[in-house]
Structure formats: structure tokens, C-alpha cells
Ligand binder design. Structure first.
Ligand SMILES: Cc1cc2nc3c(=O)[nH]c(=O)nc-3n(C[C@H](O)[C@H](O)[C@H](O)COP(=O)(O)OP(=O)(O)OC[C@H]3O[C@@H](n4cnc5c(N)ncnc54)[C@H](O)[C@@H]3O)c2cc1C
Length: 308
């Protein structure tokens, strides 16, 4: 079995940055992901707040980051869905869902990000992937010149609504509060002709027999109920950490995020964490990359100390 200095679980911006920094500190690195490298930015239309690149398509930025990791011979990328981590003496082991895939290293960096939150209301399971989507880049084109509802009012909801508004016939935004995204993006969305916004709403049901035909919601201020006909729904109501594989490790807070200190140390020696999966206030590409850099530097120090 190949022996690594550092295994990084998750090849999003945090994991890829950690790989680059660890390789530059002379570490032999395994970068593991259950999917293609890139993380959430693969499905992001435009990133406009990553310094030095102006406006860039998310998949393009992900590709450039991965290309950068491939400049280092000491970084190996592999596919694997980690289902458990454990310790054997000073060795850390990751066990994957795929048959027989296990890897060991002296240190671990956990960078498994977040996943979308669901509403868990009637109709959601029925139309998941067939009328209800969480990715405008992947599925938006299906709704060209059709009626679409976006659920949510934060940064992701507003940015993706601006992207969708260019192609759909009508765009209705239904949100629990008012729009809470960056003011510039909110103003741009509000100024768009096709857009109607329903703030302070509780979504009750996704309606339709064989196909989705509408959304039913109720005002949290007046109790008035509204039904909007639509062909597609995009949900952007927040994120939950992708940390089920750590559930009995004592590394998580009550919301499922990995607790770290300012040096990205978790409660276990030799286990570090970075990016959207850790406790923090701002979950963005730049903060994920910054966490990854710090975690890698700390992991390298840890390994060097072990070796004496
Ligand atoms: C719609 C949308 C728009 C956004 N727009 C912007 C923007 O404009 N600007 C900005 O700065 N940020 C934006 N963000 C946020 C940004 O995408 C994240 O902050 C960033 O991707 C976090 O990086 P990460 O590496 O921590 O996690 P992620 O990008 O989530 O990557 C985590 C990786 O871990 C892998 N993984 C998960 N579990 C396992 C497992 N058990 N085993 C192996 N691999 C696993 C996943 O497959 C994934 O590749 C946006 C996010 C969304 C959803």
C-alpha cells in the first residue's frame, strides 16, 4: 500500500490549495475526492470576487486549480468516497465506500465542503431531479423561455437568479425573509423585468401530478396563500456540512461542522480541516483556499515533528 505524508479528503478549492502548499513543503500527498476535482465551484456560473482574475466561470477556475496541483509529482489524485477515518498508532487511515480502498498517512486534512439543504415538504421528493434542481448551470438551459421559481434570497439564490433571468420567460423568487445577498446583486435582480419577488413566505408544497406545475406558499406576515404556476424550481436555501463520515469522532459541533482553531487543528492530533466544512462565518472560495494553505502548513509541521 502506498504510504503518504498527508491525505487530503475533498478536492474543492480548500483541498486543492492544501495539496499545493503541502507539496511545496516536501510532503507526499494523496488528494481524494468522490467526484471530479473542483468542488462546488464547478457548478457556479461566474465568480467575480476572487482577486486577480476579474470575472471567471467556476468550472474554469476549478480546472486551473487542478492543473496547478498536477504540476507537482508528489501529488496523487484518486477517486474515493471516504466513509470513515481512524487511527492506528500514529498512522491515520481513511476507509472508502468503494471495495477495499483504504489509505494511510501521517496526517489528514479534511476538506469535504457542504451540500445543499432541502425543504422536506410535500412534492419535493417526487420532483427532485425532474422539475426541482439545485444547479442553475447544470439544468437552467432546460427552462429556456419557461416559467421558473427560485426558492431563497441569499447570495447563491440571487446570483443564480440573475443567471437564470436571462434565459427564462418569468422568474419568481420566493424567500423566507427579504433578499439578504450583496446589495449590488440584489439591486441588479430587482431591476430585471421578468422578475417577481415574494418576500416573507413559507413554501408549503410543490404541486403537480406527473410533472411539476407550480409552487404553493403562504405569507408569514399576513397568512395569505399564493400559488405560482411554473415548469421548474431551483432551491437555494442554505447548506449543510458534508461530514457524515465523522459522526462518531467527536470532531463536529452540534450543527455538523468540524471544530477547528485558528491554525485549522481539529481535536485530534494530526487531523486538520479546511474550507466550508469547518466552523466559520464566511464560506467563499478565498476563505476555503486560505484555510487550505494554513492546514497544509500545520500538517507539514506535524509530520516533520513526528519524523524528529
Ligand atoms: C451556487 C453557488 C455559488 C457560489 N458562488 C460563489 C462566488 O461567486 N464566490 C465565492 O467565493 N464562492 C462562491 N460559492 C461558495 C464556494 O463555492 C465555496 O465556498 C467553496 O467551493 C468551498 O470550497 P471547499 O473546498 O471548502 O468545499 P467544496 O467546494 O464543497 O468541495 C468539497 C469537495 O469534497 C468532496 N467530498 C465531499 N465528501 C466527500 C467524501 N466523503 N469523500 C471524498 N470526497 C468528498 C466533494 O465532492 C467536493 O469536491 C458559491 C457556492 C454555490 C453553491
Amino acid at each position: 500500500m502506498a504510504q503518504y505524508d498527508v491525505i487530503i479528503v475533498g478536492a474543492g478549492p480548500a483541498g486543492m490549495t492544501a495539496a499545493i502548499y503541502a507539496a511545496r513543503a516536501d510532503m507526499k500527498v494523496l488528494l481524494l475526492d468522490k467526484l471530479a476535482p473542483g468542488g462546488q465551484i464547478i457548478n457556479t456560473n461566474e465568480i467575480q470576487n476572487y482577486p486577480g482574475v476579474g470575472t471567471i466561470n467556476g468550472a474554469e477556475l476549478a480546472y486551473q486549480m487542478f492543473e496547478h496541483t498536477q504540476q507537482f509529482e508528489s501529488i496523487t489524485f484518486d477517486y474515493g468516497t471516504v466513509k470513515e477515518i481512524c487511527e492506528e498508532g500514529t498512522e491515520k487511515k481513511v476507509i472508502c465506500e468503494e471495495d477495499g480502498k483504504e489509505f494511510t498517512a501521517k496526517a489528514l486534512i479534511l476538506a469535504t465542503g457542504t451540500q445543499h439543504r432541502c425543504l422536506n415538504i410535500p412534492g419535493e421528493d417526487k420532483f427532485k431531479g425532474n422539475g426541482i434542481s439545485w444547479c442553475a448551470i447544470c439544468d437552467g438551459a432546460q427552462y429556456r423561455d419557461r416559467d421558473v421559481v427560485v426558492i431563497g434570497g441569499g447570495n447563491s439564490a440571487v446570483e443564480e437568479s440573475i443567471y437564470l433571468a436571462d434565459m427564462v420567460k418569468t422568474l419568481t423568487i420566493v424567500t423566507m425573509f427579504d433578499l439578504t445577498a450583496d446589495p449590488i446583486a440584489c439591486d441588479k435582480l430587482r431591476a430585471m423585468d421578468k422578475v417577481t419577488i415574494y418576500p416573507y413566505q413559507d413554501v408549503l408544497e410543490f404541486e403537480g401530478e406527473d410533472k411539476l406545475t407550480g409552487v404553493h406558499f403562504k405569507s408569514t406576515k399576513t397568512g395569505e396563500e399564493t400559488r405560482v404556476a411554473c415548469d421548474g424550481v431551483f432551491e437555494y436555501i442554505g447548506l449543510i456540512p458534508t461530514t457524515e463520515y465523522l459522526k462518531d469522532t467527536g470532531l463536529l459541533n452540534k450543527f455538523g461542522y468540524i471544530e477547528v482553531d485558528e491554525k485549522m487543528h481539529t481535536a485530534k492530533a494530526g487531523v486538520f480541516a479546511a474550507g466550508d466544512c469547518v466552523t466559520k462565518n464566511l464560506r467563499q472560495v478565498i476563505t476555503a483556499c486560505a484555510d487550505g494553505a494554513i492546514a497544509a502548513q500545520e500538517a507539514a509541521h506535524y509530520v516533520q515533528n513526528l519524523e524528529g
